[in-house]
Design a binder for this molecule. Structure first.
Ligand code: ADP
Length: 627
């Protein structure tokens, strides 16, 4: 991934504000609860400081037991009430914060589903998304991090406000004019001392900033380390399907060595460790050390004023606590700004992903649910190049299918059959030409409406780790009798302990079943039947089967398809010879069209050539002859 240009504070602020707005729109309660909890949490210590100062002042001054008793009771009751309020608010905040986590993930999932298929297929998009995930894994950076930055900032701002309110009188209370320390009364000395304190805080913040700067330079190391770690951990522990090959070819050692040899991101000799032990540690130490000097200066100023008689010992504790809190708050405001900037690096990627435009034109016509299934599709001089390629995957394709017919699309691997289906389902739009549904360009229909008229069993279909019935129906509430009927129609005979409630695979249920390739195909076909769309398409879903078994499935499917328009795709000609019409693809073009007999009669044609080449597979072995 190319290096990103540096982000200014203004841009960082805008990016974080945009992320906050996204989350606020989904769950405003989260921000409200964080605000209230942290404002109270930051202010509470000041109340303690103020009340303690009153008790100490009384102890050092009047020593009236009644007054003392009153202050102690007020202190205890208010502390208890505040602790209770903070506890309740924290509980609310925790619930809100947890609820935001899935919402954060959902923002990306929604975008992923909304992306054009062509973008989902692009490596750069995949890389961008995985980089966002890795930053999230590393330090929680990204959209959700604004929640934590907001929390940090609210805390810091109220620390500053509370400290400021309690310390104002430190500068307004005057020493007696005859005091030898009366020079401390002058506004100049107050300004000087304030400037000194600000300088110390700035120096401490500068050191912290230097330390954070190293974080920014470690991004690539961390990402690479995480990538290797995920590869190592996923390959060995998560992907059970790889277990046989791992064992047979000792790949575990290979992968383990690769992980150890190259993954020096997190070892004690890594760059990260060197930074942590060296400059990062040094800047952190300096930041803390300088902050201690501040406490010294505060004590000096406050005690001198007390010594000169500006106030009593009770106020000493108040001013020391308040002013230390004030400057600590200032330091934290600065740190919140730092986090804002660090987070912006990830947010820029997040919005790069979320802003990927959806260029595919989505029309507004509905396909109207026709009970007569009178839909007609026509490819008119369609040509197509995959994005980023300069060859034609399809060239000048003219084809139409009659309602209720059986169309076969045959041809060698790479001849354009699957591309034809992808265009039909509008996963891509044609580069040239147009596809018509009932005479109207398919781009003019509502996309979600348009894809409802197709059921496709893709060549590399995927089932999901959900109950069998939900896989078939694509919903949690479904017609069980119909789902069972579809399974029977698809020829599924497997007996599953919990019937339609049986989970497929073990990701979500330890009693889930691992169905065989053949069973999975039948489930996928049942799913296509359940959708009951007017067009049903089988794209070589039987590739794992031998030619005879495939031909059997296809001809049985011919009965099940009923009045639907069925499109069969195969590179095995025998599977499709029963079809009314066969389109022969070669090099992205339709080179022949007709019934099996017609095409075979064209002895010089591609169909006859392929048929003769494949004929050896179809002839049944004579009795007594070894297969
Ligand atoms: P078939 O289904 O007949 O095996 P395809 O439609 O999959 O053929 O492929 C047609 C041509 O398009 C081939 O040259 C193939 O390499 C190319 N192709 C397929 N998918 C992609 C893709 N996602 N990106 C680029 N080229 C592709």
């Amino acid at each position: 991934m190319e290096k990103q240009p540096k982000i200014s504070f203004a841009e960082a602020f805008t990016l974080n504000r945009r992320a906050a707005k996204l989350l606020w729109d989904k769950r405003p309660g989260c921000f409200i609860s964080i605000f209230l909890t942290n404002a109270l949490r930051a202010i509470a210590p000041y109340l303690t400081i103020w009340l303690s100062a009153r008790i100490i002042a009384e102890l050092a001054g009047g020593r009236d037991p009644q007054i003392l008793f009153r202050w102690v009771v007020i202190t205890l009751v208010s502390e208890a009430l505040i602790a209770l309020a903070v506890g309740l608010l924290t509980r609310w905040t925790n619930v809100e914060k947890q609820s935001l986590r899935p919402i954060g993930d959902h923002i990306y999932a929604e975008k992923m589903m909304d992306l054009e298929y062509a973008d989902v297929d692009r490596q750069e998009v995949y890389d961008l998304y995985s980089q966002i995930r890795q930053y999230d894994n590393w330090n929680g950076w990204g959209i959700l991090a604004v929640r934590d930055i907001f929390e940090y900032a609210v805390n810091a701002v109220f620390q500053v406000l509370g400290g400021a309110v309690l310390s104002v009188s430190l500068f307004t209370r005057m020493l007696p004019a005859d005091s030898s320390l009366a020079f401390l009364n002058s506004p100049l000395s107050a300004l000087l001392i304030l400037a000194l304190m600000l300088l110390i805080v700035a120096a401490s913040s500068f050191c912290s900033h230097k330390r954070y700067g190293y974080y920014l330079t470690m991004g690539d190391d961390v990402l690479y380390g995480n990538r290797l770690f995920n590869f190592w951990a996923d390959t060995i522990t998560k992907e059970r399907g790889r277990a046989p090959d791992l064992r047979m070819y000792s790949q575990m050692e290979n992968i383990g060595d690769l992980y150890l040899a190259y993954n020096n991101s997190f070892t004690t000799s890594s760059r990260i460790a060197k930074f942590a032990k060296g400059p990062m540690g040094m800047w952190e130490g300096l930041a803390s050390g300088i902050a201690v000097i501040l406490t010294g200066v505060v004590y000096l100023f406050v005690c001198l004023k007390a010594l000169g008689g500006a106030f009593g010992v009770g106020e000493v504790t108040q001013y020391v606590g308040a002013i230390t809190g004030l400057f600590l708050g200032l330091n934290n405001v600065y740190k919140a700004g730092n986090h804002l900037q660090l987070n912006a690096t990830t947010l820029r990627l997040s919005f790069q992903f979320l802003d990927i435009p959806h260029k595919m034109y989505k029309g507004s016509l509905t396909t109207e649910k026709r009970s007569d299934r009178q839909y007609e599709i026509e490819f008119k001089d369609v040509s197509f190049q995959y994005p980023g390629t300069d060859y034609w995957a399809l060239r000048h394709v003219n084809l139409s299918f009659k309602v209720g017919s059986r169309l076969a699309v045959v041809g060698q691997n790479g001849s354009g059959k699957t591309t034809f289906i992808k265009l039909l389902c509008r996963l891509y739009d044609p580069t040239e030409g147009e596809i018509l549904l009932n005479g109207i360009d398919i781009r003019k229909y509502r996309y979600d409406d348009y894809i409802q008229i197709f059921s496709v069993v893709f060549q590399d279909f995927k089932l999901f780790s959900l109950p069998l019935g939900e896989n078939i129906a694509g919903a949690t509430c479904y017609d069980r009798a119909r789902a069972e009927q579809c399974l029977r129609d698809a020829g599924f005979t497997g007996r599953l302990s919990k019937g339609l409630n049986t989970y497929l695979y073990k990701d979500l249920d330890s009693e889930g079943v691992d169905v065989s390739g053949g069973e999975a195909q039948k489930i996928a076909i049942a799913r296509a039947l359940y959708k009951d769309a007017p067009f049903i398409i089988l794209d070589e879903p039987t590739a794992a089967l031998d030619p005879v078994a495939e031909a059997e499935i296809y001809s049985r499917f011919n009965d099940i398809a009923g009045d639907r328009t069925a499109v069969y795709i195969s590179h095995r000609l025998s599977s499709c010879k029963f079809c009314d019409e066969i389109a022969v693809f070669d090099g992205g073009k339709v080179v022949q069209m007709g019934s099996h007999d017609q095409l075979l009669a064209e002895t010089e044609g591609k169909y006859a050539e392929l048929w003769n080449a494949q004929a050896q597979y179809y002839t049944e072995p004579a009795e007594g002859e070894k297969p």
